[in-house]
Design a protein around this ligand. Structure first.
Ligand code: ADP
Ligand code: MG
Length: 474
């Protein structure tokens, strides 16, 4: 057994100590994280109207009690969000088995009642502790059955399926990567569920890199490194989600590296996900990067319109009583292009609204319900688009946007494009400069000033700029 390097540990210790110092602050921190997840999953409106009003009332033993300000609120929230809150809470604290929502003191309309649904009591007390830990982290919705396959994810999906249908490790590791909200976690948990179903005797462990570190640090703290090693090195399938979290965390990486090697040597399957390809994980040690890339690397690409529509149709069908027309789904697929999580959030909002007003939702009301979200999306113009539009408009080659030429016929359009890039994107001045042939940020500043000046003295120039801005925004 090797010894563990001492220096980085002090930092990690203090990190954990702040997390678990007192029960109360830990509870508050967990609740904050759960609330953040709820907000991002259901969207700002649902969150503000319903979920924001919940509070933690009590946590004792394995039951968490939340309070809602009214009976109406409780009865609305419990069947719709109760299970999800419980699942999210269990990610924070697997020992919690029930989440009850009660009406807070002072607004109770009747005698203290037992909450309606919400109580989804834990079963399977016969399982081992480790098994329980792992199960707690799996979301019942993230199965292959609920995964919609399209061009952008078909390769990653096929690779995941293959791992889940094999008795050994067909490629080791399987590394899945892609941007946020594109289905990496879904695919990993899909593998875990399928393996559990096919081969219940195989020990499958799924956890985030963050949890891995947390458990590692706990093991150090409670002097139980042996137990930690035994646990992770005994599993048949190890899945580590969001490995980029280990960036710069040397001791954790080191431990993972050894676990990884031992499992691979034994022919046990490893699945890892990340937000970048292994070679781009620059916060990881070179040897780790090369190990991660030596199996099968599968990218989950950004969604296409067809995939988004397919996902929306599947989700809409799965929400009981939801009544969303194809027109509205097409509209959402067309407008919400960032990722699947936001797409789901938008659909949930539309459905919640329709349920509330009691009739199917029409296109114009969908637009209204989502107007803040849509606006945020519409503003997402890229610098490349701006450069293209401006070049077309002034009839110059796009390459002039990055060229060194200073002739006014190309310099002025270039300045206009920089000006619009500042107005319409969230890019910083240095970032904008880089996209324009590696110019300095002071050049961008100068361009912005220049465009303002000329606009004031030359109304037809000002009109051009305004027109371009509108074209880019529509
Ligand atoms: P990531 O881990 O890549 O950030 P997730 O796997 O958490 O993304 O996916 C975000 C949400 O989108 C989840 O609710 C997931 O179920 C859903 N999702 C992503 N891709 C698909 C898909 N192809 N079919 C159905 N749901 C999907
Ligand atoms: Mg994920």
């Amino acid at each position: 057994m090797r010894q563990y390097a001492a220096p980085p540990l002090a930092t990690i210790f203090s990190l954990v100590m702040t997390g678990v110092a007192t029960g109360g602050s830990e509870l508050a921190a967990s609740w904050t994280r759960v609330r953040d997840r709820l907000r991002s999953e259901y969207g700002e409106a649902t969150f503000k109207n319903w979920l924001n009003r919940l509070d933690v009332a009590d946590l004792s033993g394995d039951s968490l009690v939340l309070s809602a300000p009214s009976k109406f609120m409780r009865d609305w929230v419990t069947p719709r969000y109760g299970d999800r809150i419980r699942a999210l809470w269990r990610l924070e604290d697997p020992s919690v088995r029930t989440v009850d929502i009660v009406v807070s003191e002072g607004d109770r309309t009747g005698p203290q009642e037992k909450p309606v649904a919400g109580r989804t009591a834990g079963q399977r007390a016969d399982r081992s502790v480790d098994d329980e830990t792992v199960t707690a982290l799996l979301d019942p919705r993230l199965t292959f059955g609920n995964f919609v396959v399209g061009k952008p994810n078909e390769f990653a999906h096929a690779a995941a399926r293959r791992v889940s249908e094999s008795d050994d490790a067909p490629f080791n590791p399987l590394f899945i990567y892609g941007g946020v909200g594109l289905g990496k976690t879904h695919l990993m948990q899909g593998i875990a569920w399928r393996l559990r179903q096919r081969q219940p005797q195989r020990q499958v462990m799924y956890l985030s890199a963050e949890k891995f570190m947390y458990r590692f640090v706990q093991a150090l703290r409670f002097k139980n490194i042996m137990g930690f090693k035994e646990l992770f090195r005994s599993v048949d399938v190890l899945m580590i989600d969001d490995v980029q979290f280990m960036d710069g965390k040397d001791a954790t990486q080191e431990e993972f590296f050894h676990t990884f090697n031992e499992l691979v040597d034994k022919g046990h399957q490893i699945v890892v996900s990340g937000d970048r390809s292994p070679s781009d994980l620059d916060g990881m040690e070179e040897r780790m990067r090369s190990r991660l890339g030596c199996g099968l690397v599968a990218e989950v690409h950004s969604t296409s319109y067809e995939l988004r529509l397919g996902i929306l149709q599947a989700k809409a069908e799965s929400i009981v009583g939801s009544n969303v027309s194809d027109k509205v789904l097409e509209f959402l697929a067309h407008k919400i292009t960032s990722n699947v999580r936001e797409l789901e959030g938008a659909l949930n909002r539309v459905v919640a609204h329709a349920t509330l007003v009691g009739r199917p939702i029409a296109l114009d009301s969908a637009q209204e319900v989502l107007h803040d979200l849509l606006r945020a999306h519409e503003r997402r113009v890229t610098i490349e688009e701006i450069q293209k539009r401006v070049s077309d408009y002034y009839n110059i080659r796009v390459a002039e946007m990055s060229s060194a030429r200073r002739a006014q016929m190309v310099a002025r359009p270039r300045q206009v494009a920089m000006y619009l890039a500042k107005q319409l994107t969230s890019r910083s001045l240095p970032e904008i400069g880089r996209k324009f042939g590696n110019r300095d940020h002071t050049t961008v500043m100068h361009a912005i000033k220049k465009v303002d000046q000329v606009s004031q003295s030359d109304p037809s120039f000002a009109e051009d700029v305004e027109l371009l801005r509108r074209m880019l925004e529509s």
